[in-house]
Ligand binder design. Sequence first.
Ligand code: PNW
Length: 436
Amino acid sequence: MSTFLWGTATAAYQIEGAAAEDGRGPSIWDTFSHTPGRVRDGHTGDVACDHYHRFAEDVALMAGLGVNAYRFSISWPRVLPAGSGAVNAKGLDFYERLVDTLLAAGIAPVPTLFHWDLPQELEDRGGWLNRDVSALFADYAAVVADRLADRVPMWITLNEPFVHMAFGYGLGVHAPGRTLLVEALPTAHHQLLGHGLAVRALRAAGAGKVLIANNHTPVWPASGHPGDQVAARAYDTLHNRLFLDPLLLGAYPDLSAYGNGMDGVRDGDLGVISTPIDGLGINYYNPTRIAAPTEDGLPFAEAPLTGYPTTAFGWPVVPDGLRELLVGLTTRYGTALPPLYVTENGCSQDDTRSPGGTVDDPARIAYLEGHLAAVERARAEGADVRGYFVWSLLDNFEWAEGYHQRFGLVHVDFATGERTPKASYHWLRDHLARLS
Ligand code: PNW
């Protein structure tokens, strides 16, 4: 797989639906979305895009787009309904059907093993605050690899352990809805430990390449004032270094801005976490502007980043931030940095289907054009970027926003499940055709 990977990305809970079908167990996102007040308008992933039943149509859409890779995620509770113990063969069968359909279409399957849908039973045992979950994650990785390692060329262990820690355990805006602030830090260590153990389990099962997909951001101090500079460094430590230094350098960064730092690190853990990987997945959405804290609690405050176009989410559109990030990581980590893959990049827009059945999304085309050019500039400046995956193939369940944020290249009518390729889909198809 030395050719550049062009793909789209999705995640199980966001698209599959079939939440209670074929033996799938509940995850923390089922619990969270069914708790009133947690997700906008009470939306849930019960049906979502019904991809569980419509996956063949979705693979055909990707084939029509001309991509050579697909990043999806495997639902842990579909494979192991209680998180550990009994294997649900029907769950594995589904992913085997998906993988075989992709391969028949000439599309490389790139599964992510954990995209936030922890089996509820493991949350009941403390979730990622419980160190035991790290080893159970590796056991689950081995179960999936036993079935699929012969056909899957590239694996991703975790999706965005930073966002899962910060939103799920720190701020409570994602499942499992805990509000622990800095007390959430052990979930970083346990996720990273789970990653390292899973890398080893995957290799033992004969898996191909193994990556992790991190969410990273360029951190911009709000001003030159020392307080803002110090806060920006503290934020960079939490969002970027905490999830890369242990992986690539075998050591945690200085976490003294976060109280007692990292509890619960045992001898040998960092050796496991820094097990070599074959690539680093980068999910990029926007830079982050940081100012000195205004109240007690965290050592930084997020400041608005104005003067840029915004997505429907209100996120600033800053394509050059992707170049800055890719080149900045290359400079920071040097030879310790494995090849880079942009595993997510995209935007939500208020896309509507016209009576004629078309979906015009010029802002998404401009977004993609800008960010693809930024990847090219990064490569010209020495960043070893080997792939780019658009978030997302389909409009889908956007976590706490429910179905309100549409990120897809393909429009989904959630009442009927009908798929309509947007203008951006046709644009990307033509763009990829020109490259080959
Ligand atoms: C990612 N932030 O989440 C996830 O991997 C996807 O599942 C999600 O649909 C996509 O980005 C769009 O939100 C993020 O606020 C959530 O920095 C929040 C942030 C970044 C990424």
